[in-house]
Design a protein around this ligand. Sequence first.
Ligand code: NAD
Length: 327
Amino acid sequence: MHLLVTGAAGFIGSAYVRALLAPGPVEAAAEVSHVTVLDKLTYAGRLDNLDLTHPRLSFAQGDICDPELVDRLMARADQVVHFAAESHVDRSITGADAFVRTNVTGTQTLLDAALRHGVDRFVHVSTDEVYGSVASGSFTEEDPLSPNSPYAASKASSDLIALSYHRTHGLDVRVTRCCNNYGPRQFPEKVIPLFVSRLLDGGEVPLYGDGKNVRDWLHVEDHCRGVDLVRIGGRPGEIYNISGGTELSNLELTELLLKACGGSWDQVRYVEDRKGHDWRYSIHDDKARTELGYRPQRDFASGLAETVAWYRNNRSWWEPLSPGATA
Ligand code: NAD
């Protein structure tokens, strides 16, 4: 079975491909005979996230909005896992164009080609941010979409387009919606690698607003396992939430990161809150647990310690990247 994976030079897609090619956490990896990665290599894509010498891996640099390239690659694909996206909320606030283009038009370009070539299944990787903020309780897959940032709105749009190809054309589309991921190789504009890289250098970290915003955290390997369970055992046209079960306010997260990096609260600078900052994201993932046997396997404390150790030991990966953004 030939799998086309988009955006796999980035944080989560590359973890997914590494797991697929190195038998381990991703289930039934052996069934995948070849993986082709399509990635534009934007600022967020890094070739050194992938083992390009692997005999079962091919890499194509290009844009998911390029219909000819997408058509050519889709002709060889049996299944698709679609990670490629503009993924940073702050960037969507200062410029939404690339988000609408890649996340919406790019997804539609892939779906058209998938339909034309009759691919078996198309897993669209999305986010809990499409549901918007929730003061208490947690969203299920049945809850309405209420995205607030341009990033979340572009992902919600792409979810709807993807699902419409199932309802209208019968394409086997499956959508995953996951909470915040952490782990190695995350671009240091996102809160955990931004804080870790600055704290390891003894610098300051910017904390938005009063720091009370709450996020649910999941190790990237658990997310990848969830995505593959959906690819293998999910049902066509269905949405699966994937949650982590570790809800933390940014203040609590900062405390943990300061401890892990040997920093102090003197290094924390409170900055003006992000525009339209969602207060809390929370999702139920009972459906993935009941239907697919999904369960996070990585414990947050050890996963975070391991992640901090990775950044400590891999300065050459992140030092050349200048974040220039707040968390
Ligand atoms: P990332 O920004 O690290 O990687 C995105 C990848 O997509 C990069 O390699 C980039 O080069 C590529 N890309 C961007 N535009 C492209 C285009 N037009 N054509 C081809 N490739 C393009 O993102 P990530 O954190 O790995 O997120 C991957 C997916 O998971 C995204 O769809 C995101 O919405 C979703 N997601 C992320 C999180 C999270 O916490 N990071 C949580 C839930 C869902």
